[in-house]
Design a protein around this ligand. Sequence first.
Ligand code: URA
Length: 210
Amino acid sequence: MPGPLGPDLDALAATAGRVRSCALCPLHAGRTNAVPGEGDGSSGILLVGEAPGRNEDETGRPFCGAAGKNLDLGLAAAGIARPSVFVTSIVKCRPPENRDPTPGEKASCRPHLMAQAAALRPRVIVALGRHGLSGLLGDMAPAAFSRLPGSFVAGPDGIPVFVSLHPAAIIYRQKWKEAYLAHWRAFGEWHRSGAAARPGMVLSPPPPQE
Ligand code: URA
């Protein structure tokens, strides 16, 4: 269920061109390929991860490695076709050794994400993990993040943000897999229902913390 106007695919392609030639932060110097994102956004869903890894840097495609397999599992649980969502990350170039993107790098790359959101006019944004959320809303501590997965928060320009675990998190914490899939199932049901989202609305509880 896209927003009433639907995605502006020309504007989206123009943003991808700017991302590929971007030199706004030092990450551009180490990239093989920038990774603007992919998908037609026809579902009205924008997914935002953290940063490209090795596979993404080599191919220029988002979430095409191990984390991508877990993203595909989540989307399958939700009953949502991957080509119908737009998948991107907070920073579009791979940080060295896959380190966390710095606040400066996230701030430099944010205008690209905001241009993508303006072109896509999504009904909902899904933040894939803490960095995805902090790139949308501003930095937050892990403890403040841990109670949010499975619920909605208020996002930019009044677009609701559903908070999810990062798909890579369940590679290292298999015990979170059940909660991860439950979040996606609940999200799919919410999306198909056409219901409105309120900040604070919980679709599925966060995973238990150790
Ligand atoms: N992790 C991300 O956050 N983004 C990608 O594109 C790949 C892995």
